[in-house]
Design a protein around this ligand. Structure first.
Ligand code: OAD
Length: 252
């Protein structure tokens, strides 16, 4: 890591971080593709597609209601990885005048709870619902069901979880593409790299000249410039703390 940080040096002005389920795993939120992951026990077609929602909205609501309940449970809180990202962004932007873009595939709000501002939730947010007709979004802390009445059109059945399902377009892609083409460092944390377009972001950044770094519990098949293996709650604070020192920013 020392060599990497030396090579990156003080030239870093723009950083893009992409997080996946692995960053929230140590907060008790299950990942998707582990042997006990969400997709082992649920069919994607049934709970994560527009067609599944059309066929059986109750089942889909129940799936996301359970996940919302887990997220809102008292014991679910951000871990060291979320906190380190928020702290680093704060000093990088305020002391170094750098650009820091945090993109997450996660639908939880743990980055926000750790203090990260302006998180790009490319796959939506669990604590929001939206009207399937107007697209208007609402805060959603309570369970949703087929009897929920939409706050904008007052119609039954129009409210859906604000989640990007398979076959739908991820959110904020133009903003993401702009950040990818101008960053000096791209860091992917806790994502298996199996779902596009997010899985292709590191290649886009690399093509535009960024150094690409992966932090993951296990070796993935992706071809990053540097890969560091371990738990996000260890790797993220240590990497960003050393990066802060090498940029002569205060350590944290
Ligand atoms: P996955 O479940 O596919 O992958 C989780 C990754 O996190 C794996 O590579 C693990 O090795 C790693 N991991 C697990 N625990 C970790 C830890 N403590 N520290 C570091 N890494 C750890 O989740 P995603 O890649 O986020 O999309 O999945 C991408 C998308 O697939 C999700 O956003 C979701 C899903 O289908 C939609 O629902 C649209």
């Amino acid at each position: 890591m020392k060599e990497l940080l030396l090579n990156l040096g003080r030239t870093i002005k723009s950083i893009v971080v992409l997080t996946g389920a692995g960053v929230s795993a140590e907060s008790g939120i299950p990942t998707f593709r582990a042997s006990d992951g969400l997709w082992e026990n649920h069919s994607i077609e049934d709970v994560a597609t527009p067609e599944g929602f059309e066929r059986n909205p109750s089942l889909v609501h129940e799936f996301y209601n359970q996940r919302r309940e887990t997220l809102l449970a008292l014991k679910t809180s951000p871990n060291q990885a979320h906190s380190a990202l928020a702290r680093f962004q704060n000093i990088f932007e305020n002391r170094h005048h750098g650009d820091f873009t945090l993109i997450t595939q996660n639908i939880d709000d743990l980055h926000e709870r750790a203090g990260s501002p302006d998180v790009i939730h490319m796959h939506g947010e669990l604590l929001q619902s939206r009207c399937s007709q107007s697209g208007l979004k609402f805060n959603q802390l309570k369970p949703l069901n087929v009897d929920s009445i939409c706050g904008c059109c007052r119609t039954l059945g129009n409210l859906r979880p604000h989640i990007v399902w398979f076959g739908e377009l991820p959110l904020e892609i133009p903003r993401i593409e702009r950040a990818l083409t101008t960053c000096d460092l791209f860091v992917a944390i806790g994502t298996s790299g199996q779902v596009y377009p997010a899985a292709g972001f590191y290649e886009q950044a690399k093509t535009c000249g960024a150094h690409t770094l992966e932090l993951n519990l296990i070796q993935t098949k992706s071809n990053f410039d540097t890969q560091l293996l371990g738990n996000a709650s260890d790797l993220v604070p240590s990497f960003f703390s050393e990066l802060a020192s090498s940029l002569e920013l205060e350590a944290f």
